[in-house]
Design a protein around this ligand. Structure first.
Ligand SMILES: C[S@@+](CC[C@H](N)C(=O)[O-])C[C@H]1O[C@@H](n2cnc3c(N)ncnc32)[C@H](O)[C@@H]1O
Length: 195
């Protein structure tokens, strides 16, 4: 294997190209990249009959990768506050009975889900990542995976975002009930497992 192989022969989900095209046409540029998607798919595949939570559906790029890894008995709950963007995901993936799309605020959903457990959480928006972190991690099953991306500096970051990312990385690293690895790869990820 060579490092340049990261993006080679990933066998993307069938719906991916059409979703990426629709996202581009809509002007949505926040979808995860293929390496991140392939990692999410691999983690989803490790959880037969798994419950997966995605915060920040976007146009459905990460959703498509996660669904591609899940077995037939797994379920995915995904939420986005932007109805227009999320409608792209629903249009391409809504026929899959394993996925439930919600439009609304992820923080409110985290409150609503209190007491439930998920084996995989991809926190790809503000709540569950930069705030409401406890509420999100409380939902993670022991042995479950919590994934975040966009941790490496990006030219598109607004003023004052870098210190927030640093603080998030530090606070996650200090949590005794998380075993984590920092991946300076793709957009920069943390993969954490709950003890
Ligand atoms: C990084 S994008 C998600 C990209 C998607 N996960 C992917 O990789 O294809 C973040 C999304 O969070 C949504 N969002 C922003 N604030 C939110 C909130 N409070 N609750 C739910 N979604 C929110 C935005 O509309 C945007 O689609």
């Amino acid at each position: 294997m060579r490092d340049v192989d990261d993006d080679v022969d990933l066998k993307p989900p069938a719906a991916l190209a059409a979703i990426q095209r629709a996202a581009r046409d809509h002007g949505f540029a926040m979808s995860c990249d293929d390496r991140t998607g392939a990692l999410l798919r691999t983690l989803a595949a490790a959880r037969p009959r798994g419950r997966v939570l995605e915060l920040g559906t976007g146009a459905g790029v990460s959703t498509a990768w996660i669904l591609d890894g899940m077995d037939g008995a797994s379920t995915l709950l995904t939420i986005d506050s932007d109805a227009a963007v999320a409608s792209i995901a629903a249009a391409h993936l809504g026929g899959d009975a394993r996925v439930t799309f919600r439009v609304g605020d992820a923080e409110a959903l985290l409150g609503e889900l209190a007491g439930q457990r998920f084996e995989l959480i991809f926190a790809d928006t503000w709540p569950g990542k930069f705030h409401a972190l406890d509420a999100c991690l409380d939902l993670l099953e022991k042995g479950g995976h919590y994934v975040i991306d966009d941790l490496l500096p990006q030219t598109t970051w607004p003023e004052g975002h870098a210190p927030k990312v640093e603080a998030l990385v530090e606070t996650l690293g200090q949590r005794g009930n998380l075993v984590l690895v920092k991946l300076c790869w793709a957009s920069g990820l943390i993969l954490a497992t709950k003890r």
